[in-house]
Design a protein around this ligand. Sequence first.
Ligand code: ADE
Length: 250
Amino acid sequence: MRLDVVSIFPEYLAPLDLSLIGRARRDGLLALHVHDLREFTSDRHRTVDDSPFGGGAGMVMKPEPWAAALDHVVSDGAGPDAAVPHLLVPGPGGVPFTQAMAHRLAAEPWLAFACGRYEGIDERVYEHAAARMPVTVVSLGDYVLNGGEVAVLAMVEAVARLLPGVVGNAASLVEESHEGGLLEYPVYTRPASWADGDTVRDVPPVLLSGDHGAIARWRHDERVARTAARRPDLVAVAATVGGLDDLEVT
Ligand code: ADE
C-alpha cells in the first residue's frame, strides 16, 4: 500500500517510523511519502494561510499550495495504470472513522491524507481534488484537534495493522474491540493471584479451568456486559448485525 501525507508539520509523522508500522515500511509492505506543504508555495515567506473572506476568527489555508501539492502527489505516484489515490481529509466535520472504514481503506492500494490546520482549507481545494480523485472528509470523533496530523497517525495505524503481515499474529485481530460490533473482553496474565498491597486480586477462576467452551461463553458475556455499560449505542447495532449471536458458543 502507498500512503502520501501532506502537512505543514512533516515531523509530526515521525512516529510512523516506529513499532509495527515502521517495520512494515522496512519490510516493503507500506510505502509512506510525507510532503511539506510549504514546498508548494511560491512566495518568499512560504505563506500557506490568509484571513477568511466574510470575516471571522482565525486563518484559512490558501488554495494554490494545496492544489500544487495534491497535483504533485497524483503525478508522483502515478504508475502505468494511471491510478489515483483516495484522498482523506481529517476534520471534525467529516464522516466518522470506524473499524469498518479502516477495513475498507485497507483494501485500497493508495491513500493520500491532507492535513489541514487553522480554521480549515479553502473549500475550492476540495473541488479541485474531487475533480481528480475520490475525496472523503473523515472525523476521529466529536471533538476538535489543532490539525489533521494526529488524526492521520491514528488512521494510518488503524488501517496499516489490517494489512496482511503487519501484525504478526493475525488471530489477535479477530476478537478485539469493534470487531463483531462489541468491545473486547478483559484480559489477564500471571500471577493468577496477585497481592496488590493489602488486597488480593484473583484472575476469574473460569480462565484457569481449562474448559474452552466455558471460557468462550464467559468472554462473550463480558463483551456484551462491557459494551452495554460503556457503549449502549453499540449493543443495538451488534444485535441487528448479529454480533451478539455470532460468538455464541453452544
Ligand atoms: N482535525 C481537527 N479535529 C479533528 C477530528 N475530530 N477528527 C479528525 N481530524 C480533525
